[in-house]
Design a protein around this ligand. Structure first.
Ligand SMILES: [Zn+2]
Length: 264
């Protein structure tokens, strides 16, 4: 195993800076597996991703003649792990996932440090302070990432059920005013390391106002939720960011891989 193979903490391959011509690319995604926290803990309708082995080289489970490869079948709630909400998720006049222009999935932007504890809303002043302290700014056309530190609480219920429920139901997040601050800056997409863009106070465990969802989606700004992975390593930097989901027709949301490369 070489130094650039696997970073043990996150289980993510380290950037391959030893190859000429390659960028330093960081993976800001959570792992996608069966042991995932998910919505509907609160209604006792917990729905983890379900994986079925469709075909395997040993011939299972379809019979001995299916030895040509390893194929799985997966079913999951679209709002699982690192995923993006399309504006249509909350607004009848919002764009479905396939209608979101591609320029919202690839671009530049700052990854801001906004440390928050459980149930704490992010204010517009928090975002201004994060910019001032890092020397970063938010520009029209930016994809903005927010690191509250909450991603460090991520775990599956198989690992620690209480912590998994806490991760889903007590998260910090945006409020209407901080969402409107970002919209006024002309951003194209926002990303956060909590499982919902709204602070839990505005989710079904709180007042169900979904206020930042509505504020963002009124302007067709998609919300990437559940950042994780190597997020800390690019926080405080301006990056080239890729966050494209599957082109799911009439989709409300879909998991995605978020990649970031710090700009010089
Ligand atoms: Zn979602």
């Amino acid at each position: 195993m070489t130094a650039s193979s696997i970073s043990a903490a996150a289980g993510i391959a380290a950037p391959s800076t030893d190859r000429p011509g390659t960028r330093e690319v960081y993976d800001l995604s959570l792992p996608f597996r069966r042991d995932m926290p998910s919505y509907y803990f609160y209604e006792n309708r917990y729905q983890p991703p379900m994986f079925t082995v469709f075909s395997h080289k040993e011939g299972t489970p379809l019979g001995p003649e299916t030895k040509d490869g390893y194929v799985t079948h997966v079913s999951f709630l679209t709002h699982t792990g690192t995923h993006v909400d399309a504006p249509r998720h909350f607004r009848d006049d919002g764009q479905y996932l396939h209608e979101v222009p591609a320029d919202r999935w690839l671009g530049e932007g700052p990854i801001l440090s906004v440390p928050k504890e459980e149930m704490e809303p992010i204010t517009a002043e928090d975002l201004e302070r994060a910019c001032a302290e890092s020397g970063l700014d938010v520009r029209p056309g930016d994809i903005v990432g927010i690191n509250t530190g909450w991603h460090r609480r991520f775990c599956g219920p198989g690992e620690d059920r209480d912590q998994a429920i806490e991760y889903m139901e007590r998260n910090p997040g945006l409020s209407r005013e901080s969402a409107e601050w970002l919209v006024a800056k002309g951003i194209v997409t926002v990303m956060i390391d909590s499982p919902a863009i709204d602070c839990a106070r505005f989710m079904p465990y709180g007042d169900s106002s979904f206020q930042s969802h509505y504020a963002l989606f009124a302007e067709n700004v998609p919300a990437v939720e559940g950042l994780g992975g190597q997020l800390d390593e690019v926080t405080g930097k301006r990056c080239l960011i890729s966050c494209a989901p599957v082109r799911y027709e009439n989709g409300d949301a879909f998991p995605l891989r978020v990649l970031a490369s710090p700009l010089p």
